[in-house]
Design a protein around this ligand. Structure first.
Ligand SMILES: Nc1ncnc2c1ncn2[C@@H]1O[C@H](COP(=O)(O)OP(=O)(O)O)[C@@H](O)[C@H]1O
Ligand SMILES: O=C(CO)[C@H](O)[C@H](O)COP(=O)(O)O
Length: 545
């Protein structure tokens, strides 16, 4: 039998990568990354007001360039035997579309309007709307938030839609429907972006749009119009069915097959979020906590429905049948900033250097700063009297979403230098992770092992060691540098019918592991004491700041 190949496309916050994978062995035969040009320049964003938008052209250019780049070095035989493509993206990253499913920013009159662009997951402009959704849901006959941890977040679908409809009359008039990034790109590849016909991702719908079988789909029309009459009628222009990522969205369009130089028989899989497909790529098994550690974290768990399905797990980002592995309950939690905390500290230091010494010095410092601080911090002793920081610089995603919260750095004296502060920031991110794993266990979901993927997991032994110490659990790091794209490729192989189910595809294609961080018994009790201080300071922030 001929070798068959699939492509996984992984849209992250800053860039998109494509990975060409042999379905028989999981061998990665080609890869390329594309950085979003407009996003890189900071266009359409205003960090001070938490506005983060991405232009659809960044995504389209990225689709073409990443896949074409990944195929550049591969043989014609491989190209002609590409049988499937699946896409994962960040989320909730929705966009307003017209009747054809075209994002409004692709129409000339909205080309520069941030409200017609994708509203990136980390955009928190809809904090007030999320509050309103929570208030109404908690006073309604059916609590529509019960399968998303009991708290709706400003990072999610409905809050973003409501906010945009309220602030922008031109979008209000033109928006026919709303589409998640993962659904739109998959639909683009099929050539049919009709928002009504498009197969919507179970993962996106269940975790972010309050879709559930028990509600017969999305929250009721009565609920939505009570929230705001502006939402009236939209439910019927969205979706009632959802699809897991082992399903196909359709076949690649002739136009895209020609553009990419591949067979026009390739199947396009139903999309999902990056961390969900990442967990597939990292060979997630029941009760493994798969931490996707990058700019933010997503903490993924799967368990058999019959064992955990009766629980309502408080304060997480949702429990959805089939969101990760079809047939199992998929659970998601996470931190809104993880590596972003280190990136923020880097900016604090590099900013004045750029202004005073110029771009060249700033670039050199940027390239070396985090590795330098990590090395120096790893040489410091861990003491119960150390500086303690709280990691909510981008609000708190879980446990118990609250994006209006702020971070903090406590316990400074005149001897507190950049290394000591950096160490406390790394520990703060680990404490945030500990709060999540504690919550799962308190709610009756055991954690049997911890696995990690993502940029920080691969790049920073210091962060990973600290995390293992704070969690007091070993952490296995997947060897693939592209676990999310690999997961998308695995999903593509099932959608294309190469494998009958995810488990058999994972067996042949999922990543191996190349490092295990063991907790150091001598620092575990000290971190326990520091964690208690973190919780106390967190409580103070929550009550007073
Ligand atoms: N050597 C390092 N140690 C710790 N964190 C790092 C290091 N290099 C980069 N980072 C952090 O990695 C994050 C990016 O993670 P990555 O997984 O590559 O991207 P994304 O989350 O967008 O998919 C940034 O927030 C950055 O601060
Ligand atoms: O919310 C999420 C998925 O539900 C992710 O955090 C979001 O997709 C961003 O991930 P990354 O840190 O990899 O850019």
């Amino acid at each position: 039998m001929k070798n068959q190949f699939v492509i996984g496309v992984d849209y992250g916050t800053d860039s998109v990568r494509a990975l060409v994978v042999n379905t028989a062995t999981g061998e990665e035969v080609g890869t390329a990354v594309h950085y979003y040009a407009r996003w890189k320049q900071g266009l359409y964003c205003d960090p001070a007001s938490s506005q983060f938008r991405q232009h659809p052209l960044d995504y389209l250019e990225g689709l073409q360039n990443s896949i074409a780049g990944a195929l550049e070095g591969v043989s014609d035989e491989v190209k002609q035997n590409i049988v499937g493509i699946s896409v994962d993206t960040t989320g909730s990253t929705p966009v307003a579309v017209d009747q054809n499913g075209t994002p409004l920013a692709l129409l000339p009159e909205f080309a520069e309007n941030p409200n017609g662009m994708f509203i990136l997951w980390k955009d928190h402009t809809a904090n007030a709307e999320a509050e309103e959704i929570n208030h109404l849901a908690h006073h309604w006959d059916t609590d529509f938030t019960k399968y998303v941890g009991g708290i709706y977040s400003s990072e999610w679908f409905w809050a973003k839609i409501l906010r945009t409809l309220r602030v922008d009359e031109s979008i209000r008039e033109k928006a026919y429907s709303w589409v998640e990034h993962c659904d739109w790109v998959s639909a683009v590849l099929t050539g049919n972006t009709d928002p009504i016909a498009m197969r919507r991702s179970r993962c996106a719908a269940g975790h972010k749009a309050l879709w559930h079988q028990e509600f017969e789909g999305l929250p009721s029309e009565e609920f939505l119009t009570k929230l705001d009459p502006l939402l009236g009628g939209l439910r019927d222009r969205l979706f009632s069915e959802t699809y897991t990522s082992d399903n196909s969205m359709g076949t690649i369009s002739k136009e895209w097959a020609d553009k990419l130089g591949i067979s026009d028989k390739a199947v396009i899989g139903v999309g999902a979020f990056d961390c969900h497909m990442g967990a597939v790529g990292a060979d997630i098994q029941p009760y493994s906590l798969c931490k996707v550690i990058g700019t933010s974290t997503c903490d993924m768990l799967v368990a058999p429905n019959e064992e955990i399905g009766h629980l309502l797990i408080r304060g997480i980002c949702g429990q959805v049948d089939g969101s990760i592995i079809p047939g199992m309950l998929g659970m998601e939690a996470g931190q809104s900033a993880f590596g972003d905390l280190y990136a923020w500290f880097q900016k604090v230091i590099v900013g004045p250097v750029r202004d005073l010494l110029g771009q060249e010095a700033a670039d050199k410092l940027s390239a070396e700063l985090i590795p330098y601080l990590s090395e120096k911090a790893s040489e410091l002793p861990v003491k119960a009297t150390d500086i303690v920081s709280v990691d909510w610089m981008n609000g708190r995603r879980t446990p118990d979403a609250k994006h209006t919260l702020k971070g903090g750095i406590i316990g400074l004296n005149l001897g507190s230098d950049a290394v000591k502060i950096f160490k406390s920031l790394v520990e703060a991110t680990a404490f945030g992770a500990r709060a999540i794993s504690d919550r799962f266990q308190q709610e009756g979901v055991p954690i049997k092992q911890v696995i990690a993927i993502g940029g920080v997991a691969k790049k920073s032994p210091f962060v990973m060691q600290t995390l293992a110490d704070v969690l007091n659990m070993p952490i296995k790091v997947a060897s693939s540098d592209q676990a999310c794209a690999l997961g998308a490729a695995i999903c593509a192989s099932v959608a294309a019918g190469v494998y009958p189910d995810m488990a058999s595809a994972q067996k042949n294609m999922a990543s191996a592991f190349d490092a295990t961080y063991e907790p150091r018994p001598e620092v575990v009790p000290i971190y326990e004491a520091l964690y208690q201080r973190y919780q106390g300071i967190g409580q103070y922030i929550e009550e007073n700041i």
